[in-house]
Design a protein around this ligand. Structure first.
Ligand code: URA
Length: 197
């Protein structure tokens, strides 16, 4: 009986997430200055942990799947390092399409982050995770609505608006700079201990 209830709940949550994915697909504002397929996010609709990035890259825009390019492969390894698989968590970003300028990827604007937040918050209400991992400055800005200094706040748990957050570096920054790689890996070791509790 319990299994049946859990199964039905999961199906309902997936249906609601699919509805948001449809909203994102139809959203005209989301598409401005961006290209490719919508990347709403993927994973367990009932996940206890949600990872939030920045914006899809070219590979993600081509496939419609989050974090599958170079930084995504590194994120996948980090998730596995804490004893989980991608399918155990939910992975998404505040910006839902690949931002582009003159054929090249670009950083999302504040307005784009603020807009994407609306879709993202709806996803979080459905998933209702125990812990949200904010991967870098853009994720933190989208959720906490303020600029944070990742080098000061990474590796810390934060409780705000009834939710618990853990701030760390974006995997792309860690790939680019060795010093951030050491720090993100240190943060994930801490995260592993935290989720065991
Ligand atoms: N970086 C992100 O922040 N999100 C993705 O989906 C891919 C790369």
């Amino acid at each position: 009986m319990l299994k049946r209830v859990q199964h039905d709940k999961l199906m309902d949550e997936q249906k609601l997430l699919d509805e948001i994915a449809e909203e994102i697909e139809k959203c005209k504002t989301c598409k401005v200055g961006k290209t490719g397929k919508p990347v709403p996010g993927e994973g367990d609709p009932n996940a206890e942990i949600v990872f939030i990035g920045e914006a899809p890259g070219r590979t993600e825009g081509e496939t419609g799947r989050p974090f599958i390019g170079r930084s995504g492969q590194y994120l996948t390894k980090l998730i596995e390092s804490i004893g989980l698989n991608r399918s155990d968590v939910f992975i998404t970003s505040p910006v839902k399409y690949f931002p582009i300028k003159s054929g090249k990827g670009r950083a999302p604007t504040d307005a784009e982050i603020a807009h994407g937040r609306k879709h993202l918050l709806k996803q979080l209400v459905i998933i209702d995770p125990k812990l949200i991992i904010l991967l870098g400055k853009v994720a933190s800005k989208a959720i906490l609505k303020k600029d944070i200094l990742v080098y000061l706040d990474h590796g810390k748990l934060l409780r705000e608006n009834g939710r618990t957050y853990f701030i760390t570096y974006h995997p792309a920054a860690a790939i680019r700079f060795q010093k951030f790689k050491a720090l993100i890996e240190q943060d994930f070791k801490l995260l592993k201990r935290l989720i065991k509790k």
